[in-house]
Every structure is written in structure tokens, then in C-alpha cells.
Write a protein that binds this ligand. Structure first.
Ligand code: KIV
Length: 263
């Protein structure tokens, strides 16, 4: 069996020019598929608010919900690194609260690291967590928790600010950074500038790795998909077909047939 992915594995992959694969997962069965397939990073994203809980955005996801889902994912993983996503308002109030909440992901949910959104503004939090021995993945560019401040989910194009945010989170102690909704030339430049690995989503091919929301890329639900999502499977369609067959067979009495009955 391959040794478990660590922050050093990811750094080495960047140095050797090997691409890093990442996806989100929120429960045991899907996390098992990802772990067995050899995905390096599983993020238990607060996107769970949208793709699992059916909400408009990620803002209402709570610490307890995130811990609950992260623990299910961790139980399934022997190879992948599990990262817990810090919910909106779980790290903004005070540094002590941020450390306490981040610590819960490692102590109660079996995660290796946490992710949080923001650039220069959240550097004091990143430093405090790093000092407490908690690996932090930063997340800059289109940061969904700031949807109201950004006036919607919008591509971010301020190159100077993005480069500064990227340098600042690296200097604050982040081991990696997610680049979301950033034009490809800018994310390629950030990737070349930083020593830590960049993981892109809607940020082009110049990043050190890629992440997508699992429910989007496997077609688990049929919500609107942004331009950057490639659909690798259509699970909603396959599930619909299976359900239609079941309903038909129960109604016409052909299920259960002999082979599914106890004698
Ligand atoms: O919550 C999430 O799933 C994320 C990824 C899209 C990076 O933050």
C-alpha cells in the first residue's frame, strides 16, 4: 500500500513537477472510492451546504456539521490526505476561537489539515494555526464565503492583489493554496512565484494541482455547472434509470422474482 499523503508529499510533488489531484467528498462511501482511486487530497468542503444540504450558498454550514462529515470521510481514508474546511465565522472572530475550531478537525474528525478562505486579511489566523501545529491550506481568488461582499460568484482579476495575497499566505505559514476563479495567466504566474503547491478550481492548467466538487464532476445532482466543470460521469441519469426500472418492476409484480426470494 502507498504511504499516506502528507504536506511533505505535496511539496515534493510540486518540486518534481508532478500534478496533484484533489476532489471534495462528504461521506464514507464516496471517500472510499476517492481513496482507492488514489486521489491525493480529499477536501470536506463547505460546498456541502450547496451540494448535500441543497442551500443557495455555503454561509450557513456549521462547525458541528463540518466535523460530522469530516469524521465520516476520515474513516474511509488510508491514502488520501483529508482536509476539513473551516465554516464561515468559525475563524474570523478571535484567534483563540479559530485555533479551538481548527483543532476540532484534527482531534475529533481525524483530518490532517484545515482550509480557510482569504488572503492578507486572514494571515494572522494562518500563523496562529501553524504555530499550534495545524497545517493550513489557504484559499484565495473567488472565495465563496464572501459571496455578498463580491456581489456574486465572480472571477477575480486583480493581478497585483492576487499575487500579494498568495505571497502573504505562504509567508504566514500555509502549506498550500487553493486558487479559485482566477484567469489562467494569473494563476500560472502565482504558481511559478510560490514555493508551496497551488490547487486550482476554475484557474486553468498552470496550477500544481486541480480540485473539483465531486457532485458536479460526477453529475450526482443536476444543478447549474460553471464553465470550468467537466462532467466525468452522469450519476443522476444512471440513478434515475435504476429507480424507474425498480418502480416499473414492483408495480408489474416482476420484482422480487424467484432468485430474490427465501424458500
Ligand atoms: O467548499 C469547497 O468545496 C471548496 C472547493 C471548491 C475548493 O472550497
Amino acid at each position: 500500500m502507498q504511504p499516506r499523503v502528507t504536506t511533505s508529499t505535496l511539496l515534493k510533488m510540486k518540486q518534481e513537477g508532478k500534478k496533484i489531484t484533489a476532489l471534495t467528498a462528504y461521506d464514507f462511501p464516496f471517500a472510499s472510492y476517492l481513496d482507492k482511486a488514489g486521489i491525493e487530497i480529499i477536501l470536506v468542503g463547505d460546498s456541502l451546504g450547496m451540494v448535500v444540504q441543497g442551500k443557495e450558498n455555503t454561509l450557513s454550514v456549521t462547525m458541528d456539521e463540518s466535523i460530522y462529515h469530516t469524521a465520516m470521510v476520515s474513516r474511509a481514508c488510508k491514502y488520501s490526505m483529508v482536509i476539513g474546511d473551516m465554516p464561515f465565522m468559525s475563524y474570523q472572530g478571535s484567534l483563540d476561537r479559530a485555533v479551538e475550531n481548527a483543532g476540532r478537525f484534527l482531534k475529533e474528525a481525524g483530518a490532517t489539515a484545515v482550509k480557510l478562505e482569504g488572503g492578507a486579511d486572514v494571515c494572522p489566523v494562518i500563523s496562529a494555526l501553524a504555530k499550534a501545529g495545524i497545517p493550513v491550506q489557504a484559499h484565495i481568488g473567488l472565495t465563496p464565503q464572501s459571496v455578498h461582499q463580491m456581489g456574486g460568484f465572480k472571477v477575480q482579476r486583480d493581478e497585483e492583489r492576487l499575487l500579494k495575497d498568495a505571497r502573504d499566505v505562504e509567508n504566514a505559514g500555509a502549506f498550500s493554496v487553493v486558487l479559485e476563479g482566477i484567469p489562467s495567466p494569473i494563476s500560472a504566474k502565482i504558481t511559478q512565484t510560490l514555493n508551496i503547491p497551488t490547487i486550482g478550481i476554475g484557474a486553468g492548467s498552470g496550477c500544481d494541482g486541480q480540485i473539483l466538487v465531486l457532485h458536479d464532476m460526477l453529475g450526482i445532482n443536476d444543478r447549474f455547472l460553471p464553465k470550468f466543470v467537466k462532467k466525468y460521469a452522469d450519476i443522476a441519469k444512471i440513478a434515475g434509470q435504476g429507480l424507474e426500472s425498480y418502480i416499473k418492476e414492483v408495480k408489474e409484480g416482476s420484482f422480487p422474482s424467484d432468485e430474490y426470494e427465501y424458500k
